[in-house]
Design a binder for this molecule. Structure first.
Ligand code: NOJ
Length: 528
């Protein structure tokens, strides 16, 4: 039986504010996404991704740029209308692209009518839809929980009018929903059905591991358990199980991927036991330093601790983290390492997630202090996509005809998508080839995986399926490397792809292979 689509897939994250602006107001929108679908799939020269994940486009006061949702079943006028979503889903499906939408169940906006009612009085029927508690003596909040955003401070805000505090693990404009209340659960699960009925293929679940945490420990738990803090509660698992049940009311392989931001892969994979999430973003991997040994440990540990059937997924960028080309820069090596990192995300066994602009090798943008808008320092990775060089398209670089809401990357002239499209040495060309190779090669999208040894300098692994064996090797050393590849089980093969544009492809003997600094290669091994 063929593996499910979401195991083979490469999923491309679209952050709608920064992808493409059709209206000219400086902020991206759904019509802009539709206009740029040729970049993604179904047109000559397209990247060839299998699915898009859209970050939130719901009505929102934008305190957290859409992760503060004021209506779970509508579209913010900034982004368009429900009709635009329908058109987007139809256009994607016509190209064979699946559509995943973001679902933000831990908290709503403080402007959501549910919260407006909830804070209106202690006796309001919606009071218990959020997490309200009395303060401690001396005007102190109910407990010492802190917001995930340092600048926010305490995770509690006092509502003067009703004299109680409400919980918010992010900004004060994002009150936590009370998932212990069955009415909240029913209303929120219905919002999933709303989008499933409109044809979406699944959900990315915001802070899945935080859903349902309340200040009191779950009954019968010892005081030392980590869930006495604010994360990874039994309740989070219960809610993910309910989500899975809703998905299974529908046909056609609908999928849920959780943002499970825990640094313990045992806890992470606990969500993948079969009746909760299909996939979980792996932030151990995303936060791994540029070290072959560290990446190998993360990958091996996942396999060692995951329950049977759990499927890995890999990502190195999203809208909350510095881009790879900047994060792993190491004194000017960012662009080469970003190319090598593409092999990790796309060729390790698992579903691959890319963030818009990663395929262009974009670095973080410089954001001068007067243009900072995010509470948590995440503007640089959210800079708009440069579609055309500014010399041809003006200062909006084809992203917008107006003033972009965040600065465009400094090197847009060289990094613009249209410039990279026809350059076989570009990051975009590399990604396109890698996606093509992955899609066409069962060993690379569903094959078994064996990690080879290699210390700090070499990350290498073999993928195999249907009698084919492929080797992937990445040089992490500070100079050229002659890797020992005896474990590959074949003396030679066909070097099909290198991240170094200067490398000649063709027959190669593994014993004589020398990798350049920061180079990664893909070799189809000879049959033994
Ligand atoms: C995770 C999202 O990715 C991030 O952007 C957001 O600020 C928090 N969750 C809160 O919703």
């Amino acid at each position: 039986m063929a593996s499910p689509w979401w195991q083979r897939a490469v999923v491309y994250q679209i952050y709608p504010r920064s992808f493409a602006d059709a209206s000219g107001d400086g902020v991206g929108d759904l019509a802009g996404v539709i206009a740029r679908l040729d970049h993604l799939r179904g047109a000559p020269g397209a990247l060839g991704v299998d699915a898009i994940w859209l970050s939130p486009f719901y009505p929102s006061p934008m305190a957290d740029f859409g992760y503060d949702v004021a209506d779970y079943t509508d579209v913010d006028p900034l982004f368009g209308t429900l009709a635009d979503v329908d058109r987007l889903v139809a256009e994607c499906h016509a190209r064979g692209l699946r559509v995943i939408v973001d679902w933000v169940p831990n908290h709503s906006s403080d402007r959501h009518p549910w919260f407006v009612a909830s804070r209106s009085s202690r006796s309001d029927p919606k009071r218990d839809w959020y997490v309200w508690r009395d303060g401690r003596p001396g005007g102190r909040p109910p407990n010492d929980w802190r917001s995930s955003f340092d600048r926010v401070g305490a995770a509690w805000t006092l509502d003067e009018a009703t004299g109680q505090w409400y919980l918010h693990k992010f900004t004060a404009e994002q009150p936590d929903l009370n998932w212990a209340n069955p009415e909240v659960e029913a209303a929120m699960l219905d919002t999933l059905r709303f989008w499933l009925d409109r044809g979406v293929d699944g959900f990315r679940i915001d802070v899945a591991h935080e859903v349902g945490s309340v200040p009191e420990p779950p009954a019968g738990t010892p005081g030392t358990e980590p869930w006495l803090r604010d994360q990874d509660w039994p309740g989070s698992h219960r809610v993910m199980g309910r989500v899975r049940e809703v998905l299974e009311e529908y046909d056609g392989d609908r999928m849920a991927v959780g943002e499970v931001y825990v640094f313990d892969q045992r806890r992470l994979t606990g969500y993948l036991a079969g009746d909760e999430l299909h996939l979980a973003h792996n932030f151990v991997f995303m936060n791994t330093p540029w070290s072959a040994r560290a990446f190998r440990q993360t990958v091996e540990e996942f396999d060692a601790v995951a329950p049977p059937g759990a499927w890995p997924s890999w990502c190195l960028e999203n809208h909350d983290h510095a881009r790879v080309a900047s994060r792993y820069d190491g004194g000017g090596r960012g662009p080469a390492r970003a190319r090598a990192a593409a092999l990790l995300v796309l060729l390790l066994r698992g579903t691959a997630f890319l963030f818009q602009g990663q395929e262009l090798g974009l670095p973080d943008a410089e954001v001068p202090p007067e243009r900072v808008v995010d509470v948590d320092g995440r503007d640089p990775e959210r800079a708009p996509i440069p579609w055309e060089p500014p010399s041809a398209a003006g200062p909006g670089a084809g992203f917008t005809a107006g003033e972009p809401w965040l600065p465009i990357v400094a090197d847009a002239e060289r990094l613009a998508a249209s410039v990279q499209r026809d350059d076989p040495r570009s990051a975009l060309a590399l990604y396109r080839r890698l996606l093509e190779l992955r899609a066409a090669t069962p060993a690379l999208h569903e094959g078994r995986q064996t990690m080879l040894g290699g210390g700090d300098d070499l990350l290498a692994w073999v993928r195999e399926a249907r009698g084919e064996r492929w080797l992937v090797a990445v040089n992490f050393a500070d100079g050229p490397l002659r890797p020992r590849l005896g474990g590959a089980g074949a003396p030679a093969g066909e070097l099909v792809l290198s991240t170094d544009p200067g490398r000649a492809e063709g027959r190669v003997a593994l014993a004589g292979l020398e990798l350049a600094r920061d180079e990664g290669v893909v070799v189809r091994l000879d049959r033994a």
